[in-house]
Design a protein around this ligand. Structure first.
Ligand SMILES: [Zn+2]
Length: 549
């Protein structure tokens, strides 16, 4: 089978072939990567009496009685969910055994090539590169490794490329216990290839047709998470020109605006809140002083990191028109570090096409309805449920049947705009009701200013401060009547009776500790215990007061 699929495949595959491809690759991947090389999942299969060959399609995961995996479960088994071909049930494998397994995997899920043309355009080919030997060369080399030969080194390099984790992304912010997602170099390159497809459909093809070039500026807040890193990795292959910045980072917004005008940036990638509240507002102010300040004629905005609501989207479009742009395309993208290489992206946000599964050849998404992680079923198209991932490529941290903590509805039929028949979803939203979140994730995590902050951990760590007796963590909006205004974090706390420091000092201490734990400076208010607990019968340690919908 083909290991990876092109943009053309994405646009033309039929429903049956899409599902068939995912089932075949998933089944082969479970047999030749997940079961032999994941300590956690091998144990799980054995406990449940499931053989790897019983999994012939994604639906079999449920039919064979396998559970869904929550974030809390993952956090308890971090190391056991990292793919490791070198040991099995506590015993070491020989080099020959590892090589055999590696060859079997490639024969089953498709061979990796050094170069892969993702999109074949009239103007140019967009190619992803993989830093490894072609499969046929690898097999030749693997026949003759002696201890210090050149072949042996190359074989080892190819195995390290595929299996040795070389970087981590953190999910759940850096609160308390950071949850690392490990990436191998192969995973990085798969992520780059996936990002090409995502950007391609979210407007880059349109830009190439209208402008001839793609000139990116990314301004996600910098952090080792998929939004920032994936954007950087993927835009490198697609763009003719690239400025990587960090929204709210070192460069002042005025500097970014001048650069966007000077280099005629036509692809703006970042968070809608930053683009609307800081970047474009400031740009319009500057334009009054500098009438020559003008943005490119055709501009795409690929936005993510927080919910994009129609009024904000329309305002961004209107503001860009005021900056001299003739035509604007705005799309949303959504992902989670745990998926590693599947970005859900819109092809045209104004036409409500839903979020397309652009990395559908590497991670399948399905919607489930669940009562518990053991009592669940796949939802029908049109039914709302929770998004679950079924990865089928790569190594590093591999969490099969993982509940991402987001609710969505799967759409059926082809996309009315691009015609693609891969999975599409509406409302990939974090399950905001906190009780539901506890059920699907085992903890509470919210996106605030683009960073996922684990509120459960944050509260636990703050409660350890000797000066505090009770506290509440509140996610809110700077202006609750404006759904597009920035998210803020508030901490309400009650000091202990015999507190040894002054009120101002305590407030500063809580701010500093929260900043270290979550990278966010909160608004802190001290209050009497009765005021904090309120008159409700059930005090909630974590509250989300942002408007719903
Ligand atoms: Zn589409």
């Amino acid at each position: 089978m083909k290991r990876l699929l092109t943009v053309d495949d994405f646009l033309t595959i039929t429903d049956d072939k899409c599902i068939d491809y995912q089932n075949k690759k998933f089944s082969a991947y479970v047999q030749h990567q997940l079961y032999p090389n994941s300590t956690y999942f091998r144990k799980l299969f054995k406990e449940r009496g499931v053989k790897p060959e019983d999994i012939t399609c994604i639906e079999d995961w449920q039919k064979r009685g396998l559970p869904l995996i929550t974030k809390a479960e993952y956090r308890e088994h971090l190391q056991d969910m990292v793919i490791d071909p070198w040991t099995v049930d506590g015993k070491e494998r020989t080099l020959d055994e590892v090589i055999e397994g590696f060859i079997r995997l490639q024969e089953a899920i498709g061979e990796l090539e050094t170069e892969f043309t993702v999109a074949n355009l009239p103007q140019k080919n967009i190619t992803a590169y993989f830093g490894t030997e072609n499969f046929s060369t690898f097999k030749e080399l693997a026949k003759k490794p002696s201890k210090d030969s050149d072949a042996a080194k190359k074989v080892r390099q190819a195995l390290d490329y595929a299996y040795k984790p070389f970087t981590v992304f953190f999910t759940g912010g850096s609160t308390g216990l950071p949850t690392p997602i490990r990436f191998t170099k192969l995973d990085r390159d798969l992520c780059k290839q996936a990002t090409i497809v995502e950007f391609y459909i979210s407007g880059c093809e349109w830009l190439m047709k209208n402008d001839g070039e793609v000139r990116f500026m990314q301004f996600y807040p910098f952090a080792p998470h998929l939004g920032w890193m994936g954007t950087n990795w993927g835009s490198e292959y697609l763009s003719d020109f690239l400025i990587t910045t960090s929204g709210g980072g070192v460069l002042p917004v005025e500097g970014l605006i001048l650069m966007a005008s000077r280099f005629q940036i036509n692809a703006l990638v970042g968070m809608p809140g930053y683009l609307r509240n800081k970047f474009l507002r400031k740009a319009l102010e500057l334009r009054k002083l500098m009438p020559d300040l003008k943005f490119a004629d055709y501009v795409i905005c690929s936005l993510g990191g927080e919910k994009i609501i129609p009024p904000v989207r329309n305002e961004i479009r209107d503001m860009l028109h005021e900056m001299g742009t003739k035509e604007v395309r705005i799309t949303g993208a959504w992902s989670a570090s745990e998926t590693r290489f599947n970005f859900l992206g819109e092809c045209d946000a104004f036409q409500e096409t839903g979020y397309h599964s652009t990395g559908w050849d590497k991670v399948a998404y399905r919607i489930v309805k669940m009562k518990s992680t053991d009592d669940w079923e796949f939802a029908n198209p049109g039914e709302e449920g929770f998004v679950v991932q079924f990865p089928m490529d790569g190594a590093g941290t591999l969490i099969e049947a993982f509940l991402l903590g987001d609710r969505a509805v799967q759409l059926s039929g082809p996309c009315p705009v691009c015609g693609s028949r891969v999975e599409r979803f509406v409302n990939p939203l974090r399950a905001n009701e906190l009780d539901t979140q506890i059920m699907v994730m085992g903890l509470v995590e919210q996106k605030i200013k683009g960073a996922s902050v684990n509120l459960t951990d944050l509260r636990t760590q703050l409660m350890e401060m000797p000066e505090i007796t009770e506290l509440q963590v509140i996610v809110s909006k700077q202006d609750l009547s404006d759904a597009g205004s920035p998210d803020i974090l508030k901490i309400h706390c009650t000091p202990v009776d015999d507190i040894s420091i002054g009120e101002d000092e305590l407030i500063e201490k809580v701010k500093a500790k929260t900043k270290v734990l979550s990278e966010i400076t909160p608004e802190v208010k001290l209050m009497d215990i009765n005021e904090l607990l309120g008159d409700g019968l059930k005090f909630k340690g974590i509250v989300d007061e942002r408007p719903k919908g």
